[in-house]
Ligand binder design. Sequence first.
Ligand code: HEC
Length: 102
Amino acid sequence: MKKFAMFLALGLVLVGAGLALQATDSRADAAPCVRTKFDTKLTEDACKKGGQEEAKKVWKAWVAEAKKTDATMACKTCHTNMAPKFDLTPDGLDKYKKAGGK
Ligand code: HEC
């Protein structure tokens, strides 16, 4: 019986370690941003925090906010394409700064 309890405990530890490993793995899998140099604090912070997934999230929130003053604002206002590259239009950065972005 004592042996069984020990196996059980060992098993739990192994399962726990496995789960922990998986959790770190999925975070490492989060696609990093394409950019490595940033002109905006918004994107830099988000990319550092959670890669492109996080960047998308903060951009969506930013656009939702910007729409209140300019209803035409959309991803394509500044991006010529979306995932995975998110290339900018020539004046994409300018438009962001003019809209008050940092
Ligand atoms: C007003 C202009 C503007 C709009 C609108 C805009 N973006 Fe961006 N976006 C930028 C700029 C400028 C950058 C580059 C930022 C930098 O260099 O720091 C960028 C970068 C990004 C990146 C980082 C990509 C990478 O991997 O380097 C993502 C993701 C992104 N935008 C998603 C979106 C999404 C999704 C929308 C729509 C919901 C959107 N953007 C709307 C200007 C804009």
